[in-house]
Design a protein around this ligand. Structure first.
Ligand code: ADP
Ligand code: ADP
Ligand code: MG
Length: 685
């Protein structure tokens, strides 16, 4: 019996595991790094121990520290969650040696499945279909390109170069022609060496537009192996999932049976114990191929829990306790459908660049069929040391349509401010006919990237958005109330005088998406005739000049807020709207008609932030990270768009590219250097 369990992870999954511990009467111990001290999961746990400084190598990846924390605090088990040490065979082994129960499979299974080439070999032996490929060599040295070239001809192009030890979509490169092979191998090896300390690569035939369909398996230490049906995970960016659902909309009952059988047989063949996931690709003809096995709990496990009404963490713990599974395959019947959206702190429009900083606001709706797993709360800080997952939003419905409707409403009612997130992208995905139709493949996101990222608002909507932002500006500048102080934007306007007597004038440039909108906002004197003289206290009227026309609106702030953090009732010449508003510095986060707008506001006299010109010559680090490659030399001429430096941050590589053709004047950092946000990386001329 496990009585006390250390959680060797952070964020949403740490909190998720705690929930089950509480339910099972197990004492939970949160282990945290300095960066995570103030996250809600720490104070909620029964006990908490500090591991060390923020870098994962000194905290969540430090096996000795974790074991010491577990043993020193009376834990009899460790749950690794996902990521970090979850698929580290040595950690599973060390736990065993020190007499601590590892909630996961033994080192043998992790080792076999952690090596993608070995896993394919073992699965093929068990009769599971695999894609043709080349397993690579058993050496850590530089790749033998001549040999790889010959093997590539045999496998056929297009093919993928894959890190044998890969995970999280890293170390995967598409090669369409023989001439691209060497560069792809080099770059996959570099990424793999950095991320997994293992540069080995393999080759695999590429399927142009597959579905990613995976089966959840569960095996106890008494020989029972079950499957918990499938999850469809084809909505991916950079080979990483962002939206998942169960059941898969494309499986026929026959295909489902065949794939489930393959997943169970494969797991049985390797003597698997614990919860695991067998990933497959399904091609256009309904053929399926083993991709890899993840020997851990998966990020997207909640959709399986939702359709089967099970607690996978509880089942993992029971298996780890050596108990036989109490459920039988024939009793498992999925009910309804579930969808999960991964809310990430990333700027989808800037190549999914992760964002860091303080979450000024984070709020999720509750309701029937809705679940939110998050490790953050309003005020939490998103650290550059870990990945960008902020929360998982899960919606269940009796049908896929109902799950989708609930998900859309959940996304509309989610409030997140302070950082760019992929919330608008998630909404665009859930509205896209290819997704709603259920026919999407792993190419879905890249094929429709433009349409999904830049959904232009129709003119009437844009007008509402600009006017709502104007109402926010008016509120922020202390409209109408006491005379503006010297720091107020009204002050300058009043000095300039605008010929409107008492009505102060505010000129702003609002940037919404890529477009800038110059507006002139006037707060009108109270008009007794306006609303039959019964003006709500605090309400006011505005006149806005935008695009050569004058627009009038009325604004009534809800009583419970304050300027910049409130709800506004707007009346746009008879159209009534409610806006939820958050403002911080130049940033504006406004939710209107279920759409989440991120905007900035500036004084027209100021230089636009980050504009071309001087800045373009000096390329700065967009976020804190490490320089993993310097691709150019000082004095070299480069073309526009050429990659100059590769920066790694939050587990992702970011190319710093030339904004225009020119010559490299100076490089300020070398490979391996750490950089802070704003550090000057490259000077061009
Ligand atoms: P899943 O397959 O469960 O959907 P992902 O493959 O996206 O999940 O990865 C799960 C989590 O683990 C992510 O936070 C990812 O960044 C992290 N991760 C994946 N592989 C590794 C690895 N080898 N080392 C460290 N973290 C990893
Ligand atoms: P990871 O361990 O990083 O999750 P996977 O091998 O599971 O790597 O692949 C991640 C994703 O990359 C898949 O879900 C799929 O979208 C794509 N992918 C992988 N292998 C292939 C392939 N042979 N053909 C087409 N797409 C592939
Ligand atoms: Mg995978």
């Amino acid at each position: 019996m496990i009585e006390s369990l250390l959680i060797a992870n952070r964020g949403e999954i740490a909190r998720r595991i705690q929930r089950t511990c509480r339910d099972m009467g197990i004492r939970s111990i949160a282990a945290y790094s300095d960066a995570d001290r103030d996250l809600p999961g720490i104070s909620e746990a029964d006990w908490a121990v500090r591991l060390g400084p923020a870098p994962a190598a000194e905290s969540y990846l430090d096996m000795e520290k974790l074991l010491a924390a577990a043993i020193g605090n009376g834990a009899d088990a460790i749950h690794p969650g996902y990521g970090f040490l979850a698929e580290n065979a040595r950690f599973s082994e060390l736990c065993r040696e020190r007499g601590v129960v590892f909630v996961g499979p033994g080192p043998e299974a992790i080792r076999a499945m952690g090596d993608k080439a070995e896993a394919k070999r073992r699965m093929a032996q068990a009769g599971v279909p695999v894609l043709p490929g080349y397993a690579g060599e058993e050496t850590d040295g530089p790749a033998d390109l001549a040999l790889l070239g010959r093997e590539a001809e045999r496998v056929g192009y297009p093919l993928l170069v894959k890190a044998v030890a890969g995970g999280g979509g890293r170390g995967i490169r598409l090669v369409e022609h023989a001439r691209q092979l060497a560069a792809a191998v080099e770059s996959a090896q570099r990424e793999a060496a950095g991320a997994f300390h293992d540069p080995r690569v393999m080759l695999e035939r590429y399927i142009p537009a597959p579905h990613h369909v995976e089966f959840q398996v569960l095996a106890d230490s008494h020989g029972a192996v079950l499957h918990l049906f499938e999850r469809e995970c084809s909505v991916q960016r950079r080979h990483q999932k962002i939206v998942e659902e169960a059941p898969s909309p494309i499986l026929t009952p026959e295909l489902r049976r065949a794939m489930a059988e393959a997943a169970v047989n494969g797991s049985r063949a390797i003597g698997y114990v614990g919860a695991g996931t067998v990933e497959f690709l399904v091609d256009g003809e309904g053929r399926f191929f083993f991709l890899e096995m993840n020997t851990r709990l998966q990020v997207e496990h909640p959709v399986t829990e939702a359709i089967l009404d099970l607690d996978l963490v509880r089942l993992q713990i029971e298996i780890a306790e050596g108990r036989p599974l109490a459920i039988r395959q024939e009793h498992l019947a999925p009910r309804g459908a579930a969808i999960e959206c991964r809310l990430n702190a990333e700027d989808a429009r800037r190549r999914f660049m992760p964002s860091v900083g303080r979450l000024a606001r984070l709020k999720f709706p509750a309701g029937p069929g809705l679940r939110v797993d998050t490790g953050f709360a309003t005020g939490s800080v998103v650290s550059p040391h870990y990945d960008s997952l902020l929360a998982k939003l899960i919606a269940w419905g009796a049908s896929r349509d109902e799950a989708l409707r609930r998900m859309r409403r959940m996304l509309e009612r989610t409030q997140v401010a302070g950082l760019p997130t992929n919330l608008p992208l998630l909404q665009a995905i859930c509205d896209h006919p290819e997704f709603t139709g259920g026919e999407y493949t792993t190419r879905f996101l890249e094929t429709h990237e433009q349409a999904l990222l830049e959904r232009p608002a129709p003119p009437s909507l844009l007008r509402e958005q600009v006017l709502a932002l104007c109402a926010v500006e008016a509120r922020l500048s202390g409209r109408g109330s006491a005379p503006a102080g010297p720091g107020s934007p009204w002050a300058g306007a009043a000095r300039l005088g605008d010929g409107l007597g008492a009505a102060p004038t505010l000129r702003r440039v609002l940037k919404l998406g890529e477009a800038e909108h110059a507006v002139t906002v006037r707060v009108l004197p109270p008009s007794p005739s306006g609303h039959g003289g019964r003006e709500p206290a605090g309400a006011f009227a505005l006149s806005v000049e935008w695009r050569g026309a004058t627009h009038r609106l009325r604004c009534d702030p809800a009583a419970d807020g304050k300027p910049g953090d409130e709800r506004l009732a707007l009346d746009l010449e008879g159209v009534r709207l409610e806006a939820t508003v958050y403002a911080e510095g130049d940033g504006r986060w406004v939710t209107l008609r279920g759409m989440h707008l991120t905007a900035t506001s500036r004084d027209p006299a100021d230089e636009p932030a980050g504009a071309a010109g001087a800045d373009a010559q000096r390329l700065q680090a967009p976020l804190p990270g490490k320089v993993v490659k310097v691709a150019v030399k000082a004095g070299q001429s480069v073309a526009a768009g050429e990659v100059l430096v590769l920066l790694e941050a939050m587990k992702v590589e970011h190319p710093i590219t030339a904004p225009h053709a020119g010559r490299i004047k100076a490089l300020r950092f070398k490979e391996g250097d750490s950089v802070q946000r704003g550090d000057l990386l490259v000077e061009m001329e």
